[in-house]
Design a protein around this ligand. Structure first.
Ligand SMILES: [Zn+2]
Ligand SMILES: [Zn+2]
Length: 396
């Protein structure tokens, strides 16, 4: 059967499930859950897929809110990734309810034709994208082994198939000094807050001499207790980001030197803890992206052939793209002037445009999965491109 007929059947199955998919998206949106606490979302998604014929395994990779839902068997295997964590204070300001429901919808579409394609489709539920890097831990547990491709879609302010996501490392630092009466015995104090201010100033000085695409930003989470006590402890959390993994390592060393500057100048001691789950830069697979672009166009969503947009931030999908060919496209739900991670974006994630994007995103992902399952030439091309680009940008 030709792939256009399969895609038409897949689209029809998604249309038939559209009301349920929208309801699922709205339920997740109305009940935002933070990283690793996505119990309701994971439960709703696994029941949704289980009731529709998927073979569901909850709690994979030693994470209670991760899951795998499989339809079909054998090779090739295409995974469609779902995220469903929210942001503190602003709920679904990143629109992960749409990622989750579009992934479930794509699963419904591919499952409707899986007997006429080779292989299998998996919906993989991936917790804690926003803060922890859930997929990085899942990679260590082998959750993405044996896949031919991994795809997902993220809501955004435009339709795009070519995601640019920065490599990103998170670091927490603490200075420990010595408390003293700030007026009576200042000479006996070691000021942990001053150490932190020196670190921030050193990073500000560094910033003018790093690549314009790199980012270093932080918040002070402890700056002392009272102005009449020399602060004995200060703490901060930073993100260090770069366009590629190699430059990130270089930048991390330079930022670490800025932290040491604060300790050296004040005599405070320094603790530095880098998060082991470092986000890798996204390695968009060009042949899959091209297929996805053609599929989005059939839905009236035109995208540029090759684009180099501003980075969208960082994602643990970058790490997945280093071990399996993948894409991280965006689907438009909001005008370009709406900021990501904002309350306004959270509103758009429940808007009519958000609902349309859920269904179109599901259809486009399903069509791209069908391309991969049915087209051996595409599979060869995407594998060759993966090996070529992985060699060019090592490290995950
Ligand atoms: Zn997101
Ligand atoms: Zn986000």
């Amino acid at each position: 059967m030709d792939s256009n007929a399969l895609k038409a059947r897949s689209n029809a199955a998604i249309d038939a499930a559209a009301d349920d998919l929208i309801a699922l998206s709205m339920r997740i949106h109305a009940n935002p859950e933070l990283a690793f606490n996505e119990t309701q979302a994971a439960g709703w998604l696994t029941s949704f897929l289980g009731e529709r014929g998927f073979d569901v395994t909850p709690g994979i990779a030693q994470m209670p809110t991760a899951f795998r839902a499989v339809a079909g068997s054998g090779a090739p295997v295409v995974a469609i990734l779902a995220e469903y964590d929210a942001l503190p204070g602003i709920g679904h300001g990143c629109g992960h309810n749409i990622i989750a429901s579009a992934a479930a919808g794509a699963g419904i579409g591919v499952r409707a034709v899986i007997d006429d394609t080779a292989g299998a489709v998996q919906i993989i539920g991936t917790p804690a994208e926003e803060v922890y890097g859930g997929k990085v831990a899942m990679i260590r547990e082998g959750a993405f082994d044996g896949l031919d491709a991994a795809i997902m879609t993220h809501p955004g302010s435009r339709d795009s198939v070519w995601a640019k996501a920065l490599a990103c490392a998170e670091v927490s630092i603490e200075y420990h000094g010595r408390e003293a009466h700030a007026a009576a015995q200042p000479e006996r104090g070691i000021n942990a807050l001053e150490a932190m201010i020196i670190a921030f100033n050193a990073i500000n000085s560094l910033r003018q001499h790093i690549l314009g695409t790199a980012r270093v930003h932080g918040v002070i989470t402890d700056g002392g207790e009272a102005p009449n006590i020399v602060p004995g402890r200060s703490a901060a959390s930073f993100l260090v980001r770069a366009e590629d993994d190699a430059y990130l390592e270089e930048l991390k060393a330079r930022v670490a030197a800025c932290f040491e500057a604060g300790a050296t100048a004040t005599g405070a001691t320094l603790d530095v803890r880098w998060n082991v789950n470092q986000y890798a830069a996204m390695n968009t697979n060009a042949p899959i992206a091209a297929a996805h672009r053609r599929n989005l166009a059939t839905l009236g969503r035109d995208t540029l052939e090759r684009e180099n947009p501003r980075p969208l931030g960082s994602t643990d999908m970058g790490n997945v793209s280093k071990i399996v060919p993948g894409i991280h496209p965006t689907i438009a739900i909001a005008p370009p002037d709406v900021n990501g991670h904002s309350p306004q974006f959270a509103e758009y994630a429940a808007s009519d445009a958000g609902k349309r994007a859920t269904i179109d995103g599901a259809k486009a992902l399903a069509m791209t999965a069908i391309d991969i399952l049915t087209d051996a030439d595409l599979r060869r091309e995407m594998r060759a491109e993966f090996e070529r680009t992985r060699a060019a940008a090592p490290g995950a």
